[in-house]
Design a protein around this ligand. Structure first.
Ligand SMILES: Nc1ncnc2c1ncn2[C@@H]1O[C@H](COP(=O)(O)OP(=O)(O)OP(=O)(O)O)[C@@H](O)[C@H]1O
Length: 230
């Protein structure tokens, strides 16, 4: 791989395989995936249930260990890291957004957004607060920062969750069915804001979705079937 490719590549996988179970119970969830995720692009992973979308995302994010092949994120081969190093790497380089927003109910939106910095042992200084406000602005929740999650709509909660995932400036943002709990109007808002994160912040976003409409917001769509990219 050339240096130029490394610089423009947020993450990649080579001949990635994942097998669950043994003998008759063996499932080949990934059967040799080659994937290149350029920086600053919004990629959707689609495919029928059981095609391997979640497994691929978990392997790319270092949440699950592949059976074979390599995953590289921001120039680091995840296979070269032990468990502790992988945990730290994930915290510093990867952001997650889930279907259920997972905000802490007793904290305000702003406190939720800066929480990953505190958990990472970083001081909440003016620069951090400024970034939190900038993200809230881009995600359209700047006017709700003093409110607790219960006082926000589902779409607002998900946009706060996206801001929280972006506060550490991760190399990769993974969104796992981010609109699964939202109605179509609110989904469209969230997807619009995910796309803005890619366009305006140069954020690399990878979204797993069942919904064809959701995938139309992405720059690239990867379709999986039976453990392969088709
Ligand atoms: N922990 C596990 N143990 C055994 N088999 C598993 C495990 N996790 C996933 N699988 C199997 O691996 C295959 C791929 O599963 P995966 O969850 O990646 O698919 P998916 O495309 O994300 O599906 P869905 O859209 O339903 O979430 C499926 O056959 C699934 O049953």
């Amino acid at each position: 791989m050339t240096t130029t490719t490394q610089e423009t590549l947020a993450a990649g996988a080579r001949d990635l395989t994942k097998t669950y179970g043994q003998g008759d119970a063996q499932v080949h969830a990934l059967r040799g995936i080659d994937l290149y995720l350029p920086r600053g692009r919004f990629t959707a992973i689609m495919g029928p249930s059981g095609s391997g979308k979640s497994t691929l995302m978990h392997c790319l994010a270092g949440l699950d260990q592949a059976s074979g092949g390599t995953v590289t994120v921001a120039g680091t081969d995840l296979g070269s890291l032990d468990d502790d190093a992988l945990t730290i790497f994930r915290r510093e380089h990867i952001g997650f957004v889930f279907q259920s927003f997972n905000l802490l109910p007793m904290l305000t939106a702003l406190e939720n957004i800066v929480l990953p910095l505190e958990l990472g042992g970083r001081r909440i200084d003016d620069a951090a607060r400024e970034r939190a406000h900038m993200l809230a602005d881009i995600l359209g929740v700047a006017h709700r920062l003093g409110h607790r999650p219960a006082e926000l709509s589902g779409g607002q909660q998900q946009r706060v969750a996206i801001a929280r995932a972006l506060i550490t400036q991760p190399d990769l943002l993974f969104a796992d069915e981010p609109t699964g709990n939202l109605d179509s109007t609110t989904s469209a808002e969230v997807l619009h804001h995910l796309r803005r994160s890619a366009r305006e912040l140069g954020q690399t976003v990878v979204m797993v979705t069942h919904e064809r409409d959701a995938a139309t917001y992405a720059d690239d769509v990867i379709t999986m079937r039976d453990g392969r990219i088709v």
